[in-house]
Unconditional design. Sequence first.
Length: 303
Amino acid sequence: MIESDEREVGEKTGVVAIVGRPSAGKSTFLNTASGEKVSIVSSYPQTTRNAIKGIVNDSRGQLVFIDTPGLHMSDKKLNLKLKSVTVEQLDGADAVLYMVDCSRDEGEEEALIASLVSSYQKKMVIGINKIDSNKAKAERSRAFLKTLLPKVSDERIIDLSAKEEQNVDKVLTALFEFAPVAPHLYPTEYYTDQDVDFRICEVIREQAMNRLEQEIPHSIFVEIADMEMKKANEMWVRAFLCVERESQKGIVIGKGASMIKTIRVESIKELRKIFSYRIDLDLQVKVVKNWRQKDVLLTKLIK
């Protein structure tokens, strides 16, 4: 019994903020590392709008990851709010995982982000992601980052493919070096601390984003109107896919309501993979005019 208590006391627990440009693979890394679907994934930039927690438990201890919105240089209200969410997480983290997509040119935007996180080099691990891509130029990215972030040692700059699960554990090992010996923040069976309604909203938004085109994916959010456990193993949910303009409503509904039906059916399939009980989803579309310009609503949606 004494040995067990000593082992628990000696385990490490660390909080890790994941930062990077939109579509750098932050959410994919989090899902792969935790072994569960924690953060939604889409080919559209800035899919992640909130600081989302994913939890990795293994023999080394516990890492609590915070998947932050992709940093993108823009003065639009929505983007400025997303940026503030990211910056808020950096100071309190034990370590920072800076994800870089080596299949894209770095350019001014990557340089600006590297500058933004430069004060956290002493607790930083850099993941040069997407080495599986035929456009990957990992050495170019490494050279670029070494110039801007010289205090990050070579062993903390790791080539990986979050999608193909290459070197993900190597990144975790590097991050555990920064984790202090401390009690776990969550029970070991947890892989996220997200509320049920938030997870449902995110799954619906993901299914909508991956089926809609042009500006519409960025113009939607999901609102839960009602949630009720009908039986011990069945939850009824009424939700709204909200768009900014009346003209977008018809596109989201689709001809003969085909699009909204598809989004609903695919959302239910995905939710059944996540929850141990059945989700019965009533999904409708409504217009919330110019919601991305409304401070009160942005504050409510983005945390």
